[in-house]
Design a protein around this ligand. Structure first.
Ligand code: ZN
Length: 447
């Protein structure tokens, strides 16, 4: 008697009119990155042998299958096409995929308990790193959550959360989760925070930005599974316990918000001491730190402005009586003043100096340099610090500073890339409840 069901492993492009009994294990929507429009809805099915295969359901078919197909449920699927898998972004490492057409029948079935709930193509951190910019397959990974960053908003307005995972060889990997993957991760972690957390994260791609470490970045198929009852994950847990000598209950819970975000290369919640001690790794030209500090003084000897090219922010060079810009590589004929202020700052750990250029200085001073110059008179400006500039003394700010090779000789004067003032406002009783619930000393987000 012919078997009632064909196994996924036996499917080939010539399989016709066969039936498979499968569990829908993962469902997600694939979107167009440029405009966010829905491209297709993807389902990964697994069978009794724990083989998996994917189907992309096109938008014009979607209402035939959804919401009928649900994650976790078992279906008998009859009459489908076997097609070559998409060349890129394969969530399942397989050369073929399913394709549904008008004859395809998807019937809900009783869960006989024989089909596993999950199947992941897990990749080690070492192998994942060799897959940099390889978009053939999405990467599934597992690890113990060692550290979780704060949710940050990138300069392009995307939400990002970095998660540091450690494996049973004590190797690390940073996973950058974007948008709803980030918020979902945070929500899922919230009730788990008192103990070690083990996680499987699917649908990742290896990326590397501006010479930083290779990280794994989330995509549409990304899903996070926490403390899952899945043999490889349990094995990892056991191995990590064996290495650390901790029992499962005493493994340290993940730390939070003290985290090196390698993607943007920003070290959040740094102290001045961290910045002073920073060593630039060979492969990095710049490191960024975010720290909160108080301005204790303005350097008297560094002036407060410089003569800049009128078209770019380069300092103008006087050459044989001519004005020359090395940025624009031409004579400029004219120049303008821009702010350049060296501030003395301190926190609980140390003190140092930061350099503020035009935009950040203006933000802090609250007036463009032209206003101050107009008050003093263009022909009367000297290197003496004007009162309005001196007024920044005493302000507490969150600074994002850059450490570059120019700082390695002990010069300090770290360039401020961004800043925002911290206001020490006591909660007002007339304010709405949400303000009352917030910490009275609220750290502003860097814009
Ligand atoms: Zn220029």
């Amino acid at each position: 008697m012919a078997p009632a069901y064909t196994m996924i492993s036996a499917l080939n492009p010539h399989s016709a009119r066969v039936s498979i009994l499968v569990r829908a294990t993962r469902i997600w929507e694939a979107t167009n990155k440029e405009n966010g429009s829905l491209l297709h809805t993807d389902v990964v099915f697994i069978d009794e042998e724990a083989s998996s295969i994917m189907v992309a359901i096109w938008n014009n078919q979607k209402q035939d299958y959804f919401p009928r197909i649900k994650e976790g449920d078992v279906y008998k699927i009859t009459d489908f096409k076997i097609m070559p898998a998409q060349k890129k972004f394969r969530p399942v490492k397989k050369d073929i995929s399913l394709s549904f057409y008008h004859k395809t029948k998807v019937e809900p079935m009783e869960d006989n308990g024989l089909i596993p709930k999950y199947k992941f193509d897990l990749t080690s951190f070492e192998v994942a790193r060799t897959l940099l910019w390889d978009t053939t397959n999405f990467i599934d990974i597992m690890g113990m959550v060692k550290d979780v960053s704060s949710l940050e908003t990138t300069s392009k307005g995307s939400k990002k959360l970095d998660v540091l995972l450690v494996d049973d060889r004590n190797h690390d990997m940073v996973i950058s989760l974007w948008e709803e993957k980030a918020t979902h991760f945070m929500e899922s972690m919230a009730p788990l925070q008192d103990a070690a957390v083990f996680v499987i994260i699917t649908g990742l791609l290896a990326k590397q930005y501006s010479g930083n470490s290779i990280i794994l970045s989330s995509g549409d198929p990304t899903k996070c599974y926490f403390n899952l009852d899945y043999d490889p994950l349990k094995e990892l847990m056991g191995n990590i316990q064996a290495i650390t000598g901790h029992s499962s209950t005493s493994l340290p819970p993940p730390t939070k918000k003290r985290f090196v975000s390698t993607e943007d290369n920003i070290i959040a919640d740094a102290t001045i001491q961290t910045i002073l001690d920073a060593q630039l790794p060979d492969d990095k030209k710049v490191m960024r730190f975010v720290c909160e500090a108080t301005i204790v003084d303005i350097s008297k000897y560094d002036g407060w402005y410089y003569n800049s090219c009128p078209t770019c922010p380069r300092k103008i060079r006087f050459e044989h009586g001519n004005l020359y810009c090395d940025g624009c590589t031409k004579e400029t004929g004219d120049y303008v003043q821009r702010y350049k202020i060296t501030i003395h700052v301190k926190d609980d750990t140390a003190k140092t100096t930061f350099t503020l250029f035009n935009k950040e200085a203006q933000r802090l001073i609250g007036a463009p340099i032209q206003t101050i110059i107009a008050e003093i008179g263009q022909d009367k400006i000297t290197s003496d610090i004007p009162v309005l500039v001196k007024n920044v003394k005493g302000k507490k700010c969150v600074f994002e500073v850059k450490v570059t090779i120019f700082n390695l000789d002990g010069r300090e004067g770290y360039t401020v890339a961004r800043l925002s003032e911290v206001t020490d406002q006591p909660p007002s009783t007339s304010n709405p409840p949400e303000t009352l619930m917030d910490s009275p000393r609220k750290k502003k987000k860097l814009a």
